[in-house]
Write a protein that binds this ligand. Structure first.
Ligand code: AMP
Ligand code: MG
Length: 339
C-alpha cells in the first residue's frame, strides 16, 4: 500500500533541519545542520546565510536517507514562527518553492507547538504539562479548552540563552558536538560550594537576566571557581523552572510532565523534574536529544496533524510570524483525559 509522507523544514534560529515522516508517525529522515557563530551569539543575518547555503544539501540528504522521491511527498510543512525573521524566511522560501513545484499543499507550523507534538509522539505522553526550554524559549504549557495554554514563561531571556551567555563570558567556545549548555553542565558536576544568586519567579513567570548579570559579576570578582558558579547557576535556574512546572502540574492535575528543548539534555534538570513528578504521581517523560532540539521531524509531524484537520495555507498568506505565540493556535486534534 502506498504511504503518505510529509516533509518539514525547521529554520527558526541556528538550526536548519529537514524531516520526512509518514502519516502514521514513522520518521524516515531527520537531517540537521547547525550554524556555529565564530564569536558571540547568533547573528540572524549570518545564520540565515548559512541556512540558504546548506538548504539544498540538507534536503537532498533527507530524501537520500528516506529512500523516497520528492513526488512521493503529500504535504510540505515549515516552521512559520516564532523565531528570527531572516532565518524563518529561508525555510519559508524553500517550503513555498517545493510546495508549488510539487503542487502539494503547504502548512505553516507553530514552532513551539511542534516541540510539544513531537515530544508527545516519541514519549507516548497523552496530556502532559510541558516544560520547553531552549536557546530562545522558556515555556510551561498544558492543553486546556482547545489550545496549549501558557502557564508560565520567561519575562526576559530564555534559560538556554542565560547558560550560553554565562559560558561565553567565562571564555568557553561551543563545539559542533558540545553546546555551551553542556559545558556548563560538565563544570557544574564538579562544583561544591553553593553561591547565593537571585531567584526570580513572579507569579508563574520567570526572569533570568538578573541571575545572569549577578553570576557574571561574581565570576569577574574571581572569588569562586567556575565549577562552583556553574553549579550554583544551574541549581537556582533549574529550581525556578521546577517550581513553575510543579505549580502548573498541581493546578491542572495532568498525568504527565514532558521535558523538551535543547536544555532538556541536562541531567540535573531531568533529575529535579523527575523527583517533582514522582511526588505528584505524574509520569516524567524526557524527549531524546534528536527530537528535543530544533529539528525538521517535529515540523513534519505537526504538519501531518495540521493537514489532517485542513489547516493548510495558500502561498500568498504564508508570511512568517516572528512573534507567533503558542496559545494563539487552535489545536483540534488533542483529546485530553477529561474530554
Ligand atoms: P535549541 O534552542 O532547542 O536548539 O537548544 C539549544 C540550547 O540548548 C542552547 O542554549 C544550548 O546551550 C542548550 N543545551 C544543550 N545541551 C545542554 C545541556 N546538556 N545542558 C544545558 N543546556 C544545554
Ligand atoms: Mg537551535
Amino acid at each position: 500500500m502506498r504511504e503518505d509522507y510529509c516533509l518539514g523544514i525547521e529554520s527558526s534560529a541556528d538550526d536548519f533541519g529537514v524531516g520526512i515522516i509518514s502519516f502514521n508517525g514513522e520518521v524516515l529522515a531527520n537531517v540537521n545542520d547547525v550554524y556555529i557563530p565564530e564569536r558571540g551569539g547568533i547573528h540572524p543575518r549570518e545564520a540565515s546565510r548559512h541556512h540558504a547555503m546548506i538548504a539544498s544539501k540538507v534536503i537532498s540528504e533527507a530524501f537520500r536517507r528516506a529512500g523516497i522521491k520528492p513526488k512521493e511527498i503529500e504535504v510540505v510543512a515549515f516552521s512559520q514562527g516564532p523565531g528570527l525573521g531572516p532565518c524563518l524566511r529561508v525555510g519559508a522560501t524553500v517550503a513555498r518553492a517545493l510546495s508549488s513545484y510539487l503542487n502539494k499543499p503547504l502548512v505553516g507550523v507553530n514552532h513551539c507547538l511542534a516541540h510539544i507534538e513531537i515530544g508527545k509522539m516519541v514519549s507516548k505522553a497523552i496530556d502532559p504539562v510541558t516544560l520547553y526550554v531552549s536557546g530562545g524559549n522558556t515555556i510551561v504549557a498544558a492543553f486546556e479548552a482547545k489550545r496549549y495554554r501558557v502557564f508560565g514563561e520567561t519575562l526576559d531571556i530564555a534559560i538556554g540563552n542565560c547558560l550560553d551567555v554565562f559560558a561565553r563570558e567565562a571564555g568557553l567556545k561551543p563545539l559542533s558536538n558540545k553546546p555551551l549548555g553542556a559545558m556548563v553542565e560538565e563544570l557544574a558536576s564538579r562544583g561544591k560550594v553553593f553561591v547565593r544568586l537571585p531567584y526570580t519567579v513572579k507569579g508563574m513567570d520567570m526572569s533570568f537576566s538578573g541571575l545572569l548579570t549577578a553570576a557574571v559579576n561574581i565570576m569577574r570578582e574571581g572569588k569562586y571557581s567556575l565549577e562552583d558558579l556553574c553549579f550554583s547557576l544551574q541549581e537556582v535556574a533549574f529550581s525556578m523552572l521546577t517550581e513553575v512546572t510543579e505549580r502548573a502540574l498541581a493546578h491542572t492535575e495532568k498525568p504527565e510532565v514532558l521535558l523538551t528543548g535543547g536544555v532538556a539534555a541536562n541531567k540535573r534538570l531531568q533529575t529535579m523534574l523527575k523527583i517533582m513528578s514522582d511526588e505528584h504521581g505524574a509520569r516524567f517523560c524526557v524527549v531524546p536529544r534528536e527530537y528535543a532540539t530544533d529539528n525538521g521531524a517535529m515540523i513534519a509531524w505537526t504538519g501531518v496533524l495540521c493537514y489532517k484537520f485542513g489547516m493548510t495555507i495558500p502561498i500568498e498568506r504564508s508570511f512568517v510570524k516572528m512573534r507567533w505565540r503558542l496559545d494563539e493556535v487552535e489545536v483540534p486534534w488533542v483529546r485530553t483525559q477529561n474530554m
